[in-house]
Design a protein around this ligand. Structure first.
Ligand code: NAD
Length: 257
């Protein structure tokens, strides 16, 4: 599968799944734009490393996905967007009655609304090119719920709904839109939850990973960023041209339970 000549924009991609997806799309030949809200030397160095490793053009563009105008400016600055991966996301865990309003607003903005804004600007570019692929990184929590993650779960269910609607609006245009629903992947987002989980249950961090975090993942293994990236590459392939408006779980069996 060659994605040579395509440009992929991956939001929230200076770490974790986004960075992994950027590497796999670049390995398949796509030029990539990586992004986060920071503008550090190491962010630009990540893009340079991807470009060197895979022999593609790789750029870093700073844009804060909590801000609608910056979401839109990211795609405009990219100049071309054949593949859009909406990946930026944050988490906060608290019961609904104690959930900080600003955390709710930030999670809905970054995890859900940003995908609406980037899609709105990317679609005319895809239509002009006569081809497009939108891959939204939802979650097993886009299909199931857990307590204390109200904003995240509402946002991820929203991403699944947005993916279906986008697919219907583009169904006859050689553009597809799908949501990947990962189970737990060991990235900074999940690593940040381990110390608190261990403390809460009086366990070591290793026990917390196996017994609490992976409790719902029947494989008892974390999915990897390469596996999520490989799934994104598949969704960009000709074999996936008729796959649109659906979800693909990469969750070790979580949603089969
Ligand atoms: P991560 O913390 O490693 O990565 C999150 C990325 O989003 C980072 O690059 C960060 O810089 C970026 N980001 C955060 N706020 C941003 C903002 N305001 N503007 C631009 N970028 C911003 O976490 P991850 O685990 O790689 O998560 C990536 C996506 O995958 C998220 O949408 C997350 O919900 C989803 N996901 C993760 C898991 C998991 O187990 N790790 C499971 C299911 C879904």
């Amino acid at each position: 599968m060659s994605l040579k000549g395509k440009t992929a924009v991956i939001t929230g991609s200076n770490s974790g799944i986004g960075l992994g997806v950027a590497h796999e799309l670049a390995r398949a030949g796509a030029d990539v734009v990586i992004n986060s809200f920071t503008d550090r030397d190491e962010d630009h160095a990540l893009a340079e490393a991807i470009g060197k490793e895979h022999g593609v053009t790789a750029r870093y563009i700073q844009a804060d996905m909590s801000k609608p105008d910056q979401c839109r400016a990211l795609i405009e600055q990219a100049g071309r967007c054949d593949i859009l991966v909406n990946n930026a996301g944050i988490q906060h865990v608290a019961p609904i009655d104690e959930f900080p309003v600003e955390k709710w607003d930030a999670i809905i903005a970054i995890n859900l609304s940003s995908a609406f804004h980037t899609t709105a600007v990317a679609l005319p570019m895809m239509r002009a090119a006569g081809w497009g692929r939108i891959v939204n990184i939802a979650s097993a929590h886009g299909l199931t719920a857990s307590p204390y993650k109200s904003a995240y779960i509402a946002a991820k269910h929203g991403v699944v709904g947005l993916s279906k609607t986008t697919a219907l609006e583009t169904a006859r245009e050689n553009i597809t839109c799908n949501a990947i629903c990962p189970g737990y992947v060991l990235t900074p987002l999940v690593e940040a939850q381990i110390p608190d989980t261990a403390k809460k249950y009086g366990m070591t961090e290793e026990e917390a990973k196996q017994k609490v975090i992976l409790e719902r993942q029947p494989s008892k293994e974390f999915a990897t960023v390469e596996q999520i990236g490989g799934t994104a590459v598949f969704l960009c392939s000709d074999a996936a041209a008729q796959i649109t408006g659906t979800t693909i779980s990469v969750d070790g069996g979580w949603t089969a339970l």
